[in-house]
Design a protein around this ligand. Structure first.
Ligand code: IVH
Length: 715
């Protein structure tokens, strides 16, 4: 149970406040700087509310508190820098098997036969922040943080203060050199900094990583200098000339130019070798002077790296193998139920605040009813069947940036008289029955308990709106969770927003009303004007954003993109999905699209056939126009208007890339071979689709032939 603020003693208030403040700050950083929130907005807001309530009762606590930050931390006053080559992220893995799979995948993709040598390097994954250093004519000209991978912050003045970063490169270095690596703070530096802060009665830093990041991003570069940061070089961006043709060779060159490189890097031929390295580095981990959170494996040969390429934002030639998460024990004070956009009831454990891996944790998801009971999603027993109860002492763990998980219950510490948690049978928000649907495929009850209230349920309605305005959907600036809740709960018809279309009628309703938004506390004239401008800016919207914003169950961004590419207009999509006849044909027309399955197809149809949804979409379309821009297909494209199917494993490009390429060239990509198929591109391992193509006499080519065919017309 959360204790009412009125019942808190000063000590309790101070302790809870400190824990909350620290947590909120970390979330602010995760959200605003890293663009990687680790909790949802509702949770965050609840925490901030509690913080303010405590401060209202104990005003002395407000000093230096994150409640004083206006609108969260400022996005930093640094100039943006567009990276000449994107700064990528790494795909993670957690087990030996997954690491071995990486080696196998790489070998397979390269077509390596037994006995063919594919060298892979292993080096520590430094827990700091990445930095890109650009040298022109041997002089450091720009240092930029990773930012969102495409655009970072210009921190050149600060980076110059890091003694590991050379200001000039030796003679002979290429004209343009971009060195990338990790800025970090040693554990020793971090501890002595915190000791000093403690002595001064200041708030302490959470962990070396955050501190390194804060120290680099200082207005006053002198502060950066005093913090004594370090830098390891391990990668590069643009190079006017490549001084080596392997990963390890490049790192040697970087060392030769005066950069610090990690001494623990090794080069191996087998998964066994890599794993042995992973283990030895793991044994050294605690005694290393800096924090690491895993080992990075990289294909050594740069030509092979190029052949392997990328999958979305991560290279296919690299993998981060993470060390197991850090664990701690704490007490479950209460179990709350949150209702999501699709009605899912998610239980959340409210925990006695505890520090795990340097971050204060105050709650953890309990996933669903089965998880609490001691079963996983497949119905298999977990935690040896120990259930989770209010009052239990639990083991929680936190791995990297992921949300903390409860991994076990300490039964010896279970209070006498505790009772099993009873999962609600009704939605805690709207009171509608909540139940577990029967999964059609398995005929078993779904693990998720769902509120049946649909749009009647305010929790679902408000979550849908939050989704609608979220970053990858309509992305309306000035309309965050807090504002949505305010508009949603307003009783005033000129302010109230209950559905997406209401957002777009707000300005007109306001114009005719006497109650003015600009007089409402927290708004003001200029912010209202900005809000309207932001809303109006979205009256034309990319079709993918529009589709994703509708929040159709099972239809995420990937589905939205596929639908947009395939159909080209919302009208065409709606035609296929609406109407209560020809169900099977409708499903077939959708599943024909690569990577759209029956569940997604049915969900799309169900959504459009619901009269409430259809009505709202109508209203919305009166306000906004979804548009799909197709990259103009090269006029001489040999595949324009053709239906192409890809099958088997592709080596030179990912499936997504292949699809995007074909579509950019004016082809239609389908997931199945039929009489309508014009061309099948088959990689190694192709099976039934290849057979079918043969039987239908469909022209079949391999990947190389594909490139020969389309190469001349590629943009
Ligand atoms: S290589 C294309 N090597 O991990 C791959 N990254 O999760 C570029 N990191 O943003 C990265 N140590 O900040 C690489 N030895 C290492 C690393 C490393 C830490 C960080 C880096 C990157 C993140 C990706």
């Amino acid at each position: 149970m959360t204790i009412a603020v009125a019942e808190l003693t000063a000590d309790m208030a101070a302790a809870e406040h400190a824990a909350l403040a620290e947590e909120i700050k970390a979330h602010d950083v995760a959200y605003h700087r890293d663009d990687r929130p680790t909790i949802d907005d509702g949770d965050y807001d609840a925490r901030k509310r509690r913080l303010r309530e405590i401060e209202a009762a104990f005003p002395a606590l407000a000093k230096g508190s994150p409640s004083q930050d206006v609108g969260g931390p400022i996005k930093s006053g640094f100039e943006p820098v567009t990276h000449s080559r994107p700064m990528l992220s790494l795909d993670n893995c957690f087990t030996d098997d997954e690491a071995a799979q990486f080696v196998e995948d790489v070998r397979k993709a390269l077509g390596a036969a037994d006995g063919d040598e594919v060298w892979i390097t292993a080096e520590p994954k430094i827990d700091g922040l990445s930095l890109s250093l650009r040298y022109e004519q041997r002089h450091l000209v720009t240092a930029a943080t990773r930012g969102d991978g495409s655009v970072g912050e210009n921190v050149t003045a600060n980076a110059r203060m890091i003694s590991d970063i050379p200001l000039t490169l030796p003679f002979g270095a290429p004209d343009v050199v971009e060195v990338r690596g990790e800025v970090y703070m040693t554990k020793e530096r971090f501890n002595s900094l915190n000791e000093r802060l403690a002595a001064e009665g200041e708030e302490l830093y959470v962990n070396p990583r955050n501190t390194a990041s804060g120290s680099l991003r200082q207005k006053n570069a002198q502060v950066t200098a005093e913090r004594g940061l370090n830098f390891f070089a391990y990668a590069w961006g643009e190079m006017s000339e490549m001084p080596a043709d392997t990963q390890s060779g490049m790192v040697e060159v970087l060392a030769g130019w005066g950069f610090k490189t990690n001494p623990l890097m090794g080069r191996y031929l087998t998964a066994k070798g890599l794993l042995a390295r992973f283990n030895t580095i793991g044994e050294k981990r605690a005694s290393l002077p800096y924090d690491i959170d895993g080992v990075v494996y990289k294909v050594d040969d740069l030509a092979q790296q190029r052949r392997l390429g990328f999958i979305s934002r991560a290279p296919r030639w690299a993998k981060a193998h993470k060390y197991p998460a850090e664990q701690a024990q704490t007490v479950v004070r209460d179990i709350d139920i949150q209702v999501g956009r699709t009605g899912a009831l998610t239980p959340v454990a409210r925990l006695q605040p505890i520090t795990v891996g340097g971050v204060v944790v105050t709650n953890a998801t309990l996933h669903n009813e089965d998880f609490i009971v001691g079963l996983d999603n497949n119905g298999d027993v977990i935690r040896e069947g120990r259930d989770i109860r209010v009052g239990d002492t639990v083991v929680i763990q936190r791995a990297g940036d992921v949300i903390p998980q409860i991994v076990d219950v300490v039964i010896d510490k279970r209070p006498v008289g505790s009772v099993r948690y009873e999962f609600p049978k009704k939605c805690p928000v709207c009171g509608s029955p909540a139940h577990r649907e029967i999964n059609e495929k398995t005929a078993k009850a779904d693990s998720v308990t769902r509120c049946t209230g649909g749009l009647v349920c305010e929790a679902q309605a408000v979550e849908r709106l939050k989704h609608f305005v979220s970053r990858n959907a309509f992305d309306i600036e000035g309309l965050g969770s807090k504002q949505i809740e305010y508009f949603f709960n307003s009783e005033d018809p000129a302010i109230r927003v209950r559905t997406p279309s209401d957002i777009f009628t707000l300005e007109a309703r306001q114009a005719q009303s006497l109650t003015k938004l600009e007089n409402v506390e927290g708004f003001g004239k200029s912010s209202v004007a900005k809000l309207y401008a932001a809303i109006n800016e979205r009256r034309t919207i990319a079709l993918t954003r529009f589709l994703y914003g509708l929040g159709i169950r099972h239809a995420g961004e990937g589905t939205a993109k596929r639908l947009a590419r395939h159909f080209g207009s919302y009208a065409a999509i709606r035609d296929v999905c609406s109407g209560d006849d020809w169900q099977d044909r409708r499903v077939a027309a959708l599943t024909e699209i690569e990577d759209i399955g029956v569940t997604v197809a049915r969900s799309l149809i169900e959504f459009h056939q619901d009269p409430n949804n259809a009505g709202e979409v109508e209203n919305l379309l009166r306000e906004v126009s979804p548009e799909h821009k197709v990259a103009e297909a090269a006029a001489d494209s040999p595949v324009i208007g053709k239906t192409v199917v890809f099958t088997g494993s592709l080596v030179r490009m990912s499936r997504e890339e292949a699809q995007a390429m074909a579509e950019a060239l004016g082809a239609k990509v389908s997931g199945s071979v039929s009489k309508k198929t014009d061309l099948l591109v088959a990689g190694p391992g192709a099976g039934s689709k290849l057979e079918k193509a043969k039987s239908l006499d469909v022209k079949t080519i391999d990947e190389d032939e594909w490139f020969e065919l389309v190469g001349p017309s590629l943009p």
